[in-house]
Design a protein around this ligand. Structure first.
Ligand code: NAD
Length: 295
């Protein structure tokens, strides 16, 4: 088993680091939060007093941080200067494609291997070791990263070259944001047309309008499987994080010259939710914005 540095022990990273320790790795853990470090210790990791101390002597350096600025700072100040030659740097945060490519290039110039490896699956998948990883990097980097990612997930997929993992993640989440809005919209219309909502679910979930947002994550309380909608939209995937991912997708679309009108409309609605103070609720709460009668 290997020595692994884990930096960023929040909602996602806490569970992921615990699973690496459970798999027998020697996990040196660092976070700015003392509470997060205490939880990592209780989960079998060794807390250390800085990112550089975590990276020192590690075969793999894993980061799970809020955004690109945090990743770039940790890579520049701690990971790249302190990593052992040949170490693999694995960033699992959701960040912009340009930063992902930039930090990988900087690592490669120092003789290190690096991949972007963002995840699909929320806090429960991080705790349960059932995340899906989409990985961007060279074949050699992917092969080095894969065994560490396998210990934290149910699927590890090589998306392509550096940045491809982040590209896959933001395209997937833009699709998710748009289908969730469309699913909520269909339920609101069905309701106004006098349809029984469970009956509409029974029909649509086996018809051509079916999607993950309908069948697995139904946004209507009391309809379909148990979802955050049945718990007053608590837990699940925060609307603020959906907004973050939509903004990343729109910025990438603008740079690449891609038309994303559905993604742009979904982002507007999630902006409105955040402005109304609902950013910490599950993203399926977006349907509540659509209930008011059209002007
Ligand atoms: P979080 O805010 O709970 O955790 C981030 C952690 O990073 C915090 O504990 C913070 O103290 C720590 N941190 C920040 N700067 C640091 C630094 N310089 N050094 C050390 N630690 C530092 O966030 P999260 O929900 O765990 O999400 C992490 C990443 O995963 C984000 O990019 C997010 O978009 C992505 N993601 C989250 C989910 C989800 O459901 N929460 C799902 C998929 C992907």
């Amino acid at each position: 088993m290997a020595r692994v540095a884990f930096i960023g022990l929040g909602n996602m990273g806490g569970g992921m680091a615990a699973n690496l320790a459970k798999a027998g790795h020697d996990v040196r853990a660092f976070d700015l939060s003392a509470d997060a470090l205490d939880r990592a210790k209780a989960a079998g990791c060794l807390p250390v007093d800085g990112a550089a101390a975590a990276v020192d002597g590690a075969e793999a350096v894993i980061t799970m941080l809020p955004a690109g600025t945090h990743v770039e700072a940790v890579y520049t100040e701690a990971a790249i200067p302190n990593a052992a030659p040949g170490a693999i740097l694995i960033d699992c945060s959701t960040i912009d494609v340009a930063t992902a490519r930039r930090v990988t290039e900087a690592a490669t110039l120092k003789g290190l291997l690096a991949v972007d490896a963002p995840v699909s699956g929320g806090i429960s998948a991080a705790a349960g070791g059932t995340l899906t990883f989409m990985v961007g990097g060279t074949e050699q980097s992917f092969e080095r990263a894969e065994p560490f990612l396998q210990a934290m997930g149910k699927a590890v997929i090589h998306a392509g070259s550096s940045g491809a993992g982040q590209a896959a993640k933001i395209c997937n989440n833009m699709l998710l944001g748009a289908t969730m809005v469309a699913t909520c919209e269909a339920f609101v219309l069905a309701d106004k047309l006098g349809l029984n909502l469970q009956r509409f679910y029974d029909i649509s979930s086996v018809s051509s309008g079916q999607s993950w947002s309908m069948t697995t994550y139904c946004p209507v309380p009391g309809v379909g499987p148990d979802t955050p909608a049945d718990h007053d939209y608590q837990g699940g995937f925060a609307a603020a994080l959906m907004l973050k991912d939509l903004r990343l997708a729109l910025a990438a679309a603008s740079e690449a010259g891609a038309a994303t009108p559905m993604g742009a409309r979904a982002a507007e609605l999630y902006e409105q939710l955040a402005a109304e103070g609902q950013g910490s609720r599950d993203f399926s709460v977006v349907g509540q914005l659509l209930r008011a009668p059209a002007a």
